[in-house]
Structures are given as C-alpha cells and as structure tokens.
Write a protein that binds this ligand. Structure first.
Ligand code: NAP
Length: 533
C-alpha cells in the first residue's frame, strides 16, 4: 500500500474561507493541506469569470479585515469591483501570506470518511490520492455546485455553450454573434447587460423575472480612496452591527408610522444610492408585512415601466409571483434599458416553454431561435449541493447525504452530529449564509480556529456536537423564518430552484449579530452543545 500523508487538518476549497482558514491553522502551528479543484485560488471569484461578474457588496466592505497590512496595501478601483480585480486581490492575499505552498490545485475531493478507531478523516481525491487528517474543514461555498437546466437536446447544439460558473479562461469573442442567455437571476442580469453591448443579437429566455435595482457603481476617486483607508475600522464596525454584515441596515421604524410622502422620498434616495440599500437598508417591514411589501413592489414596478419603452416588455419584466426583496435582488447597471435595444429580444418561457435545444439554437413552439452561443445562467444547487457532490461518511459509515435527505441538520451550521472533527465554514443554517459573506466567513474561521486552539490547550482530540443541540439549532433556524415573506417564495434560499430537492429553509435568517452572539455564548458556556474528549 502506498504511503498515506497525514496532516493535522485538511481544508476543502481555496476560496475566501479556505484561504483564511489555512492562514489561521498555520498560526496555531498545525500542518494543513488545502485541496482545490481549480488551478488557482479564489473560489467564487475564480469560477465565475463570466462577462459582467462583479461584487454587489461595496468592495471595501468585502475584502478581508483581519490584516492591516493587506488593507493598507490594496486599493480597490471601483465601488463594486469586477471579477478580474477580485481574482487579482485574492492572489495578492495568497501570495502575501504565502498560502499557495500548502494548497494542492487541480485536486477534486470526491470522498471523506471518518475512521472511527483512529479518530481520523480519510480524504480521497479524484484519481485515487488519499490523505488523512485529524480535522476536516469544508470551505466549499454555498453557491458553488452549478446546475444546468434539464432541456432535451442540450448536447446536440453545434455552437458553443457554457454555464456562467464554468466560463472559460480563454477570451470569448461575442461581438456580432447571436447569443442566447437562459436565466435572469443575479448572474443572468450581470451577463445580459454586458453581452447586450456587443452581441449582434441577444435573446433572453426568462422564466420568472426578478426585481432588479441599480448598483450605482463608479470608479473610486483619489479622495475617496483616502477616505476609505481612513474609515476601515468604522466600515467593519458598521458591517458587524448590521443584520446582514453589509454597510446597509434595516430601518426599524414601523412602515405605516411614516407619512407616505416621506416613505416615497426614502425609497427614491435608496434607489439612487449605492448597492443593496433599497433592499437591506429599507424598512424592515417591507420583508414581513405584505402591505409594506406591496408598497415597495409598486415603487419598483413604476421604475421598470419608466425605463422600458415597450409597455408589453415592461410587464414581462415585472415579477408577479413574489414581492420585492423576498428573493435575492439582482443589482443592475442599465439592465432595463437593454430591452429598448433593437438587438435584444425577451422571450417569456412561462407562456411558451423551451421545447428543446437543437443543433442550431432553441426551439420554442414553432419558432427556432438560431444561436451561435448559449449561456446558461441557471444557478446552483445551493448550500447543500456542494456537500452532496462529495461522499462524506461519518461514524459507522453514515452518509451525510442520507442524514440530510429531508433537509440539513446542523449545530450552528458548523458541525453535524455523527461527524466528529468535521467543521463546516458557511455550512447550511450558518449565520454566514445570509450575509456579506467575507464578513461572516472571518467570524466562522476565527470561531473554528479558537475552538481548535482550545482543544490543543486542553489536549483534546475529538469534538462532536450532540443530536439534541443539532435539533434545537435546526428548529431555531426555522423559527427565524417565521413571519418572513421569503418563506413561501421559490428560490435557492429554500432549495426549490433545484429539481427534486425537498424545499426547506437552507439559510439562517436571524441576522449576523444574533448569530455571532449565539456562537460567543456557546464558548462562554464551555462549548455548550459539543462533547469533547
Ligand atoms: P439564480 O438566482 O438561481 O437564477 C437562476 C436563473 O435561471 C433564474 O432566472 C431561473 O428562473 C433560471 N432557470 C433555472 N432553471 C431554468 C430552466 N430550466 N429554464 C429556464 N430558466 C431557468 O442563480 P444565479 O443568478 O446564478 O444567482 C445565484 C446567487 O448567486 C444569487 O442569488 C447571489 O446570491 C449569487 N450571486 C452573487 C453575485 C454578486 O454578489 N456579485 C452575482 C451573481 C450571483 P426561475 O427563477 O424562474 O426559476
């Protein structure tokens, strides 16, 4: 038998969470190996290199906050930075911290099995390589398991087609071409507004429209740059206190206590402001009270009607199945104006569904839309999907996929009963799932690192949550969704965008401060809900 390397910890994934986790494990003096499917660091910002990909969070609220040196040395160029810059930033961090020497690229983890007797995890890669480690830390992201639609004839298409999350590294020249985009979520919107500038003909195939809001991006001026650098502590403090880890936070005034004219002026200010303000800086009631939600939805519908010249097309772009903000709001830059262009056609799949993909394009009813390229912006098997794609087996060979077949069960979204020494960064029901993700990733990584440091100090080898703690947390997560208008809406938050997946709430909706507090309380009570030995 060939020698099996052994480490203190194996981390799966070299995105934002895996990179920081590696840094912290090293700081504890542990040996660690990160396995990454791609050939570079960055995770989301490595894979999602489609035209138009960029942050929807203010750049300076998104970067790592743990290192003053990194903050001082990096200058974001735009308020919402584009993918190439984001990938450069993550490479800059990886080089700065000399992370790459402990990352094995082009290495896809296919299985991870807990060996009861040895109290070790054995991790297997595609190709057969195996390693063992005391701790297994998943850093596999919540939106990484991309999914294609199931449409007849997809393989028969003679042109080229890609999923946005697997966009090629080589340049793709869409100038003057006939391009079809399927999907109008946050990704589709970013792609569409970019491709519309250069395609000869762009056909957008839309199931349900989303409520999109202006990003209001711009370049960062020299004066703003200085101000940003001087304000970092305040920016991160604001994010820490806000519900979603963003620079925006809800207005807690009861919606109907505020006079209508004032509310409208408030909506307008948020609409003209940067980023998620209109969603996550709006009256909290807009996400809980159907009447308040109807008011903001009506405001947004008026904006769409004002921006789209053809009233029929405007109506096609106005969501009828959900209110504003009850699904992730795609951020846009002149998205609605795209539909005023002669080279852009919107096809409503709810009236006439796609029949099949043909060698030449897409067949809908008796019309074949001839295409050179098809872009699938059809999203992800969110939150649990990346776990399902790895054969994870805990004590006694229990499969995680079986345990979670009716929905995830976790404690704090960080551990699962029966899977000792496995930590999940941004796992299902983790506070980081509904958050400006790097802000909550730092909290997750620091909590896990402190926990391991505690075990080191006490000479403990094993940590496992209990079924009781897991059940209580899972119930609590569902409680946090009570009264939220999100609950009944089809989206990746509940997994209902994935065919065959049981719809359950996958994210934690109690807010980052409450999550952070709970994690701190658990530690203060001697790691309540965990058994260590
Ligand atoms: P998504 O929100 O799940 O949207 C997928 C789109 O594909 C939807 O419009 C969906 O229509 C459509 N679709 C799915 N199956 C289809 C089928 N069989 N036929 C036709 N259309 C189909 O996925 P996403 O746009 O990739 O976004 C996912 C998440 O990624 C976002 O919510 C966001 O959290 C994150 N994201 C972040 C950024 C950023 O921060 N900068 C950018 C992009 C994405 P229906 O909705 O009607 O099913």
């Amino acid at each position: 038998m060939s020698k099996i390397d052994q480490f203190d910890a194996v981390v799966i994934g070299a995105g934002i969470s895996g990179m920081y986790q590696l840094h912290r494990l090293r700081g504890l003096g542990l040996s660690a190996r990160v396995f990454e499917t791609g050939d570079g660091v960055g995770g989301t910002w490595y894979w999602n290199r489609y035209p138009g990909a960029r942050f929807d969070s203010e750049s300076y609220s998104y970067g790592y906050s743990f290192s003053k040196e990194i903050l001082d040395e990096w200058n974001w160029t735009e308020h919402f930075s584009p993918q190439p810059e984001n990938e450069r930033y993550l490479n800059f961090v990886a080089d700065k911290l000399d992370l790459k020497k402990d990352i094995q690229f082009n290495s896809k983890v296919v299985a991870a099995r807990y060996l009861d007797e040895q109290n070790l995890w054995e991790v297997e890669l595609e190709g057969g390589q195996r390693v063992r480690a005391r701790f297994l830390i998943t850093a596999i992201g919540i939106l990484s398991a991309h999914q294609f639609p199931r449409i007849e004839g997809m393989d028969s298409f003679k042109g080229q087609s890609w999923h946005t999350a697997r966009w090629p590294k080589e340049p793709v020249d869409l100038r003057g071409k006939r391009v079809g985009v399927i999907g109008t979520g946050a990704t589709g919107v970013q792609v569409i507004q970019e491709v519309a500038k250069i395609a000869g003909q762009l056909t957008v195939f839309q199931l349900d429209p989303n409520w999109c809001s202006p990003l209001n991006n711009s370049a960062i001026t020299e004066a703003e740059q200085k101000e940003i650098h001087a304000s970092y502590p305040a920016i991160f403090e604001t994010c820490k206190k806000s519900f979603g880890g963003f620079m925006h936070d809800f207005d807690q005034r009861p919606f109907f206590d505020v006079p209508e004219a004032e509310r409208e002026a408030f909506f307008e200010r948020q609409y003209q402001g940067r980023g998620f303000g209109i969603w996550l800086g709006n009256f909290m009631d807009t996400l809980t009270d159907p009447r308040a939600n109807a008011a903001i939805s009506a405001f947004m519908a008026r904006k769409i009607r004002a921006r789209v010249k053809d009233p029929k097309v405007a109506e096609m772009l106005i969501p009828k199945d959900h209110g504003f903000g009850t699904k992730r709001v795609p951020m846009e830059t002149r998205y609605y104006e795209v539909y005023n262009q002669d080279n852009v056609t919107l096809v409503d799949l709810n009236t006439t569904p796609i029949e099949r993909v043909t060698p030449q394009g897409i067949q809908i009813g008796d019309k074949e839309h001839a295409l050179d390229y098809i872009i699938y912006a059809t999203g992800f098997d969110a939150v649990t999907g990346a776990f399902k794609r790895i054969d994870i087996q805990g004590k006694g060979g229990t499969k995680l996929a079986d345990k979670w077949k009716d929905g995830p069960e976790t404690y704090l979204g960080m551990q699962v009963a029966g899977f000792p020494n496995m930590f999940m960064l941004v796992g299902p029901h983790n506070g980081a799932t509904f958050c400006n993700i790097p802000r909550c990733i730092e909290q997750n990584v620091e909590w896990v690192s402190d926990c391991i440091a505690h075990m080191q100090k006490q000479d403990l080898q094993r940590i496992e949550t209990t079924e009781t703690a897991e059940a209580a947390w899972t119930n609590h997560v569902y409680e946090t969704t009570q009264g939220l208008l999100f609950s009944g809406v089809r989206s990746w938050f509940v997994g209902s965008n994935t065919p065959g997946k049981k719809a359950t709430f996958l994210v934690y909706a109690g807010g980052s401060p409450a999550y952070r507090q709970k994690c701190e309380e658990v530690v203060a009570k001697g790691y309540e809900g965990f058994v260590m030995s």
